[in-house]
Design a binder for this molecule. Sequence first.
Ligand code: GLU
Length: 414
Amino acid sequence: MVSDPWDAVLERIDDAAKLTGVDPDVHRLLRTPRRMLEVAVPVRMDDGRVEVFTGWRVHHDTTRGPAKGGIRFHPELTAHEVCALAADMTFKTAVAKIPFGGAKGGVRCDPRRLSLAELERVTRRYTLEILPLLGPDKDIPAPDVNTDGRVMAWLMDTLAITQGHDIPGSVTGKPLSLGGTPAHAGATASGVLTCVRASFAALDVPLPGSRAIVQGFGKVGGTLAFLLASAGMRVIAVSDVGGAVYNAGGLDAIDLSDHVSATGSVVGFVGGERIDESDMWGLECELVVPAALSGAITEEVAGRLNAKVMVEAANGPTLPDADPVLERRGVVVVPDILANAGGVTASYFEWAQSRQGYAWDEETVATRLRSSMDDAFTAVWAKADTLSVSLRRGAFALALDRLAEAIEARGLFP
Ligand code: GLU
């Protein structure tokens, strides 16, 4: 069983290399992250003690453009996970056809145990430690798990103070007051919705009335539940770290969101009954969306799914051993590197606006996002069809073709 996230990425790269017959030199290049910085993040805590956290920033590949990827704060973050997530960004930006390479970073810390002032000091010190890597033409961070616009604002401010001038194109997912782009906050969820619509249309499954289950009710899952319900779907079950709620007639996404804002969890929601997350996976439905952390869809969970389509809103939710089980059971999987590319695509639009010094209107951002996600879906579907493989294998193969073309065009220095 492959449970190490970096090994899992290597397995997918190796598979794509075999499928496409890519130049072995290109294959070897992509099996090794270009650079990886591990830093100590010493922070004075509110009680006067100094805590030393560990942080990372990894550039997996920068052939197609500056390194791009989020920063996450999580107590179980590891170097291998950051490398794997950085590689996923390389493949995601290639699938989305946006001019970026792949990066990821983060700090191993539990933000729920930090005061706001401690969180700010962690962010600013971490930024200072990874400073040599950052810049609008080098590496552009964005929010990820447990980070948001506020964290991005601190990051951008730290850069501005240390460099002596503002660099708005150095960060995406910024607050609107600092040049963020309107659709950024909901961009991942709306990109997921585009993939849901496109996959249902391709499979001839009607969206209205279809049943959906969503794992995770955070930044992506919470918005998505609302978007799915607005599109006419019945969101029959939702889970978060506290547990799961179920309503065969459909959960009211707005009431549920109010309940989560008030209590911190979906558990206890009066508009549904409590069920175990393990039972939720087996519910009969048309759509299942893992929108939480990686590794949720194990071989065992895959064996119990009763869904037609799975759209991966989270990064790396499916373990490699689960893929053949999903294929055997006929579950069509829209892979993470396509399904959640809406976030980084909106980041690209924000970066372009920051560098132009000219804000696009909200409708322009939303329309371009939809059409970019539609194009990516169509290209992946066509590639998978040509190769007669799953959408995941097709997406990696498509990305690898685009990467190989760029790597060959640049050549190797010296
Ligand atoms: N964290 C998001 C992702 O994993 C967005 C990254 C970005 O915009 O750079 O795709």
